[in-house]
Design a protein around this ligand. Sequence first.
Ligand code: FES
Length: 161
Amino acid sequence: MSDESFEPTVIGFTCNWCSYRAADLAGTARVKYPPNIRLIRLMCSGRLDPTFVLKAFSSGADGVLITGCHPGECHYLEQNYKALRRFHLLRRTLQGLGLEPERVKLVWASAAEGVKLAHEIASFVEEIRALGPLHWGGNGSNQSSVISGQSTAHAFKEVPA
Ligand code: FES
């Protein structure tokens, strides 16, 4: 299924207090990660509505990376446990839709773990590259009509931070 020219589009939902700062740290430390990922900052991983992920896929994403503070370190008490439950729900939902559940991944990363996050991003992009393009929202499917004519990046401007 490998297409040499395939460049995966990955949406990364980050928590303002940890993983977004980890990505920032990776940048300032010049630790490289693939440009395939588009980061979207939420105040907390618990803010991640599962429909955000489904919308990402229907908008052209091939994979979605959810990141947040380590368990026990969420700035909003236990909201990352909510993210964990939603992550498992999303994987089951994808499987039910006939999609590879591996297209969504959850990673915990503190603000100090820029190198770890960069490596997780790089390995996830390669995992998605191996799975191949999703094409879930393409060519007249019901999902694509939600935001038809918009690029993935443009479509996500409306998602609140
Ligand atoms: S504040 Fe980071 S996951 Fe909740």
